[in-house]
Design a protein around this ligand. Structure first.
Ligand SMILES: [Zn+2]
Length: 372
């Protein structure tokens, strides 16, 4: 799985097709909603039909065929919840990105790859720091998009008789234990410094630590305050875990962090809607707020699809065909949500795709926190 970086996104965005349009296909393949492969394959086919019908002047068959073939050949969904595929057969563009986060299924045709949703993901999904530590070993990783992007190891051997429990006189043993405890503590301080250096040099959003209870209790107080304030729940992995085990455990931590962030966003929305202060819920008001460029943060339930209308002036509406902005006749859309997300991204809003939030569903599956 290639790591998505801002540089890679810029490079994609810089592709300009001289020959025919670029097809951008985002597909929600999250196993929690799309249980069978047919579920997302059908969704893809129906999106392709819609796009082909909306652009009778374009011949999209070669690109659609290649994308279909790739998706139907089977997707390895291990740790993958979304796909981003960019294709321009005539211009030699073919890029498939596996995403560890959900996306709204959407197909669009443009002169360049539609990278807005990718940019939003990169900004939202901060790298995760992982520190695995025991009394003489520390391993630090930074994960981004489910991949290790940086790592280091620190080994500080303790005296060989560290665990000796017998044969010493009590006084000697006390002194010895104090000595090794001091050595172990020194190692934990060094490990905490490694975490702080990573935070400064490469940056990460949250840090998760894998350690026994006593090591955790010893290292937590010696973490730099900037590191400590980023602590997430502990990871179920230790210094001797394999990299596969660590990656799987890091994904679990990321899911918990993501769920907490979603819950926080939905709570803020609910409070704002409830108090009538800079919060709106439901499709029609959200589209109106987008038309007025007032959206600071858009929240959408994953998989939410609704029909709507779009005007040549760019305005979106739940009801048509008359444009609420200039009165022109609008075009009917089978899925207005994808367009709403595009418009929100263009306006610089943050996007939160919420999975399984009953509270957001109650609010109409879509809502927005407003700038004013
Ligand atoms: Zn209009």
């Amino acid at each position: 799985m290639p790591v998505i970086t801002e540089a890679a996104i810029k490079e994609l965005a810089g592709f300009k097709s001289a020959e025919g349009p670029v097809v951008s296909c985002y597909l929600d393949v999250d196993g929690r909603r799309q249980v069978r492969p047919q579920d997302y394959e059908l969704r893809m086919s129906s999106l392709m039909k819609q796009v082909a019908a909306a652009h009778p002047e374009l011949d999209l068959s070669a690109d659609f065929e290649r994308i279909s073939k790739h998706v139907k050949a089977g997707i390895d969904r291990h740790g993958v919840r979304g796909l981003a595929i960019f294709s321009n057969v005539a211009g030699g563009l073919w890029e498939v990105l596996s995403l560890p986060v959900p996306v709204s299924s959407r197909i669009s045709v443009n002169q360049s790859p539609a990278v807005g949703p990718l940019e939003a993901l990169v900004h939202e999904l901060e790298p995760l720091g992982v520190l695995l530590v025991d009394r003489q070993m520390a391993r630090m990783f930074v994960f981004h998009f489910g991949e290790v992007v940086d790592r280091t190891e620190l080994f500080e051997a303790l005296p060989r008789d560290y665990d000796r429990r017998d044969d010493a006189s009590r006084g000697t043993r006390e002194r010895e234990r104090n000595h090794v405890d001091e050595l172990a503590l020194q190692h934990l301080r060094h490990s905490a410094e490694v975490a702080f250096r990573y935070l400064q040099d490469r940056g990460f959003g949250r840090l998760t630590i894998g350690a026994t209870d006593d090591v955790y209790a010893a290292i937590e107080p010696v973490l730099h305050p900037y590191v400590r304030e980023r602590l997430a729940q502990r990871i179920h992995a230790g210094v001797s875990s394999s990299e596969t085990e660590i990656a799987a455990a890091a994904r679990d931590v990321e899911h918990v962090i993501e769920a907490a962030r979603e819950a926080d966003a939905v709570n803020r929305l609910r409070d704002a809607v409830g108090s009538g202060n800079k919060g709106i819920a439901g499709l029609a008001p959200v589209l109106q707020a987008l038309n007025e460029r007032r959206v600071a943060s858009l929240l959408v339930s994953a998989g939410f699809i609704e029909t709507g209308w779009q005007c040549a002036c760019g305005a979106l509406a739940a009801l048509g065909p008359k444009c609420p902005v200039d009165g022109q006749t609008m075009t009917h859309l089978d899925d207005v949500i994808g367009d709403a997300i595009d418009v929100a991204l263009l306006e610089g809003a943050t996007i939160e795709i919420c999975t399984g939030s009953a509270d957001l569903d109650v609010l109409g599956s879509i809502g927005a926190l407003l700038r004013y």
